[in-house]
Write a protein that binds this ligand. Structure first.
Ligand code: SF4
Length: 291
């Protein structure tokens, strides 16, 4: 497989030590959940909006970070940390509120040396990007993670994404204008997509020279629209071999400087309905894609 730099290697080169991301659930919502665009959410989104579910709802940010940091220091001998706003759409609030939350995170612990913010393209504007870029004065690594999932509007409509490729391009241009690290999330195995369709998304991202990629497998989680589709026989998950094959081809199309943040994103283990192999063979699938 084409060898692209892994995110942990990139961080080690940047900081000279082991650096871990620590997830935050800052109690955001999403325009595709709160009724602004829809109340249903994307077909694969569960009511937790990609939360790691490590903490109880409404746990203060500082408390979440301190617990996570303590755990990783003890268990993995981690030295430095990136505060990662993970759940729902983490730019979906006023500028003042965002600044308060981001400040709380980065000042929670002396070993927090980076900031990552995951969001939707339609929740980004220039003021928000400027605010996020301003943290580079204190932190060597600041990134925005955007969920694209697919470059095909037909697919985005099928999965009830409620945003388009045009939204993504607009957000991409703003993020690049401020020279922020941009990591893009893509889901493999979306309904109606052939391998060729997925590889077109890869070629499109290669042309944009994005900084990083997270590849996810489409999974039917409990309490999602996709669960119902799966039970009704309307969704057939990728097999293990298909996922490995498509992931390898996808990566081979990316720009040589693109960093691999993740290769087999899944979901909360107990809620995975199908395919179960992603839970049972998580490490093996990453190894097989890497070989
Ligand atoms: S954009 Fe994210 S949080 Fe919003 S509905 Fe889709 S998956 Fe859920």
């Amino acid at each position: 497989m084409k060898k692209l730099l892994k995110f942990n290697e990139y961080l080690r080169n940047l900081y000279g030590c082991k650096v871990f991301k620590v997830s935050i659930d800052a109690n955001f919502t999403c325009p595709n959940r709160d009724g602004t665009k829809s109340k249903l959410g994307c077909i694969y989104c569960d009511p937790y909006g990609s939360s790691s579910r490590v903490h109880k709802k409404n746990t203060p940010i500082k408390e979440q970070l301190l617990k996570n940091i303590e755990f990783r220091k003890t268990r993995y001998k981690a030295k430095k940390f990136i505060a990662y706003f993970q759940s729902f759409s983490n730019t979906y609030a006023s500028l003042d509120k965002l600044k308060l939350l981001y400040d709380e995170a980065i000042y929670s612990h002396i070993d927090i040396v980076g900031l990552s913010i995951s969001t939707r393209s339609d929740c980004i504007d220039e003021e928000k990007v400027k605010l996020i870029a301003s943290y580079r004065k204190f932190l060597p690594f600041v990134s925005i993670e955007l969920g694209l999932q697919s470059m095909h509007d037909k697919t985005l409509s099928l999965i009830n994404r409620k945003e388009t490729l045009k939204d993504f391009i607009k957000a991409y241009e703003l993020i690049k204008k401020y020279n922020l690290h941009l990591c893009v999330h893509v889901i493999l195995g979306l309904p109606g997509e052939t391998k060729e369709d997925m590889l077109k998304t890869a070629s499109f991202l290669a042309k944009l020279k994005i900084d990083g990629i997270k590849l996810h497998l489409l999974i039917a989680l409990k309490n999602t629209v996709l669960e119902k589709m799966y039970l009704e026989g309307k969704f057939k998950p990728l097999t293990y071999d298909e996922y490995v094959d498509i992931s390898k081809s996808f990566i081979s199309k990316l720009d040589n400087n693109c960093i691999i943040h993740k290769l087999a994103g899944s979901g909360y283990p107990k809620d995975i309905l199908a395919p179960r192999w992603i839970y049972e063979k998580k490490l093996q699938v990453i190894e097989d894609i890497n070989c």
